[in-house]
Design a protein around this ligand. Structure first.
Ligand code: LLP
Length: 385
């Protein structure tokens, strides 16, 4: 989406703040992923956590993708939007009995299991139902994703997955768990990864582990390499669709697969981020001692990424063509961290001007809260406005 692409007259009439989704771009992005994964027979499970907006889920489902869910409610949302249970993977370090039972009842494709106690509970609940749960062991490959520490997941210090040193014991234990079928191994090293060499390192680790499993006479049907492909927050207009061609080709050329093995992915952000923007309106322009503040009606309750991860999102004033001026762009929430950007150049801004905060289609609407008794942001779509 670029400045010229917004139907400004229509947007002006809508109560702000709200999310605006470019459905053409979303469809184009999904088709690109579809085309690239098809080349190699890869399976993509969209990570629902990035955006569980009903319309978006329905479109992703209609393109034939699977889903990656991390809660019972995500599983329900996915099924309601049309994803078949046979394409659901269920991850998370703290799956409750209720959530496991739901997944067992639906016969989902696979549990991505993160610990031995979890494996024991899935086994017990599956036995009670006379079922066999298909699982992948999430292995922590101890790879540094070189991304923000809050979204780094593949280091030994993180809470996720089994360490490689624990595997031997787990495999021993698995032999006695009759309610479990080991189908694959699963990895996810972090999110917003821009340095593709991180994924090459992951492939090297997978190859090593494949040798290890083979030596134990264990056949793995699938390898799930998680998600994490980053997007361009700095210049979204130049990179509206991430370089999926390069990303999937890397896995194709680096992984040494065994006969019949299928590779699964769990991309979230890269599928949806550039298709969404947060639209907000300037409530006041306030001259401070040292700074000029643009106070907008959207806040960290609508888009928490800048406050939580010091994340950069490109912002534009689509109502103004006046010369650039420097501002701190802040929300109305009673928290000092409620800042979208500091010392940021916008076209000179006046009360009522509409600001677009780009690249907000992932981890935006879904992370909204009602803190300060605010309303949750609404969503509008380019094809229905
Ligand atoms: N698979 C697993 C096991 C994950 O934990 C995640 C994301 C994904 C897949 C999808 O990753 P993606 O392709 O979207 O990078 N709220 C943060 C991001 C948290 C990511 C959590 N896990 C943010 O706004 O940057």
């Amino acid at each position: 989406m670029t400045k010229g692409n917004f139907p400004i007259e229509k947007l002006k009439g809508i109560e702000t703040p709200f999310y605006y989704y470019n459905m053409d771009l979303l469809r184009k992005t999904l088709k690109t992923v579809k085309g690239e994964t098809k080349k190699y027979g890869f399976h993509e499970h969209y990570a629902v956590k990035a955006n569980a907006n009903r319309r978006i889920l329905e479109i992703v489902a209609s393109e034939g993708f699977g889903v990656d869910c991390v809660s019972g409610n995500e599983i329900k949302a996915a099924v309601n939007a049309g994803f078949p249970a046979s394409k659901i993977v269920f991850a998370g370090v703290g799956k409750t009995d209720k959530e496991i039972n739901l997944a067992l009842d639906l016969n989902i494709f696979c549990f991505n299991v993160e610990s031995l106690p979890e494996l024991e509970v899935i086994n017990e609940l599956a036995n009670k139902k006379g079922k066999i749960a298909q699982v992948a062991l999430r292995i922590n490959p101890n790879i540094d994703a070189h991304t923000h520490e809050y979204i780094t997941t593949g280091l030994n210090e993180n809470k996720f997955g089994f360490s490689i040193s624990a595997l031997q014991d787990v495999l021993e234990r698995l032999k006695t768990l009759k309610g479990i079928k080991l189908s694959g191994i699963h990895f996810h090293v972090g999110s917003q990864i821009e340095d593709l060499s991180v994924f090459s390192q992951l492939c090297d680790k997978v190859n090593e582990l494949q040798d290890y499993f083979e030596a134990q006479d264990i056949k793995l049907e699938h390898i799930n390499v998680g998600g994490g492909l980053g997007i361009d927050y700095n210049n979204p207009e130049d990179n509206l669709i991430p370089d999926f061609e390069k990303y999937f080709a890397l896995f194709h050329s680096s992984l040494k697969l065994r006969e019949g093995q299928v590779v699964h992915f769990e991309l979230g952000r890269a599928m949806v981020a550039q298709s969404g923007a947060l639209i907000t309106r300037t409530t006041y322009v306030k001259e401070g001692e040292e700074k000029t503040f643009v106070i907008v009606d959207g806040g960290m309750t609508d888009l928490i990424r800048p406050a939580l991860y010091q994340a950069y999102h490109k912002i534009e004033n689509i109502s103004s063509d006046l010369p650039l001026k420097k501002y701190d762009i802040v929300g109305p929430i009673c928290e000092s961290s409620d800042v979208f950007a500091k010392d940021y150049e916008l076209n000179e801004t006046k009360r009522g001007d509409i600001l677009v905060i780009y690249s907000a289609g992932a981890y935006g609407e879904i992370m909204a809260s009602q803190y300060n008794c605010r309303e949750l942001p609404k969503a509008y779509y380019s094809d229905k406005i």
